[in-house]
Design a protein around this ligand. Structure first.
Ligand code: NFM
Length: 231
């Protein structure tokens, strides 16, 4: 089956990641066109929803840092391509600014991060990140998770700043953070290096990577759900 997927991707001159996204479109859209995102886009989002998301996401990003470091270590050890390391290092470096941004944003909204308790969906997601940090988890599978985590945010927030969106001005900066063109290009770079790895992967690795993509998408949906209070 996986061999067929590779051949199909090759025939259409698209990457395997693209064939996955086509195959799993409905679930991918459930994450990138989630009601929380649509409510930002149409300007009806409640401030308590936004604040809940912001606080939970700060905790997530703190846990994301060591995860990205683990991806970087795997890339250094296993990749024969120095592009990988540079792309991942760039992602890692931008997290420093991101954490500062979260702190500024917390001030703006009157939130104190030290009082925030992680919710169940967040705990589960961070637990998944933690499990992926193990050296036993294959680099290709880890890279799939990394790309999926980033691309869901990119596609979601880019949708909020497209023509015709009614995103409130005070939320524009948030949407720009992940929806901007630079972040889009970075996601493309991740997708490209992932596609190269997938071309060389075994059937077993391909299956695991595809399952990982679905798992990340599901965790992202649960993560957005927290903002609406339906954990
Ligand atoms: C839950 C979640 N998924 C993806 C991202 C985007 N990556 C880094 O910021 C994020 N901040 N939060």
């Amino acid at each position: 089956m996986q061999v067929i997927a590779k051949a199909k991707a090759e025939e259409k001159k698209i990457g395997l990641t693209e064939t996955w996204l086509r195959k799993h479109r409905p679930i991918y859209d459930a994450a990138t066109r989630h009601p929380f995102i649509l409510s930002i886009r149409d300007g009806t989002v409640q401030s308590h929803s936004f604040k809940t998301w912001l606080a939970q996401d700060y905790l997530f990003v703190r846990a994301f840092v060591p995860f990205v470091a683990s991806v970087l270590i795997k890339a250094c050890k296993e990749s024969d391509d120095s592009d990988d390391v540079e792309v991942i290092l760039g992602g890692m470096a931008s997290l420093k600014d991101e954490i500062l941004w979260f702190k500024r944003e917390a001030n703006k909204w009157g939130i104190s991060f030290s009082d925030v308790v992680p919710q169940k969906a967040n705990i589960n997601y961070c637990r998944l990140l933690e499990s992926l940090m193990s050296p036993d988890v294959d680099y290709t599978v880890t890279l799939t998770a990394f790309w999926a985590i980033e691309v869901v945010y990119q596609e979601s927030f880019a949708h909020c700043i497209e023509e015709g969106s009614k995103t409130p001005p005070e939320l524009k900066e948030t949407c720009e953070r992940w929806g901007n063109e630079g972040f889009g290009q970075y996601c493309q770079s991740l997708q490209k290096i992932l596609n190269q790895r997938l071309q060389k992967a075994s059937d077993d690795e391909l299956k695991k990577a595809e399952v990982m993509l679905l798992s990340i998408i599901e965790h992202e949906v649960h993560f957005w759900n927290m903002s609406r209070g339906n954990v």
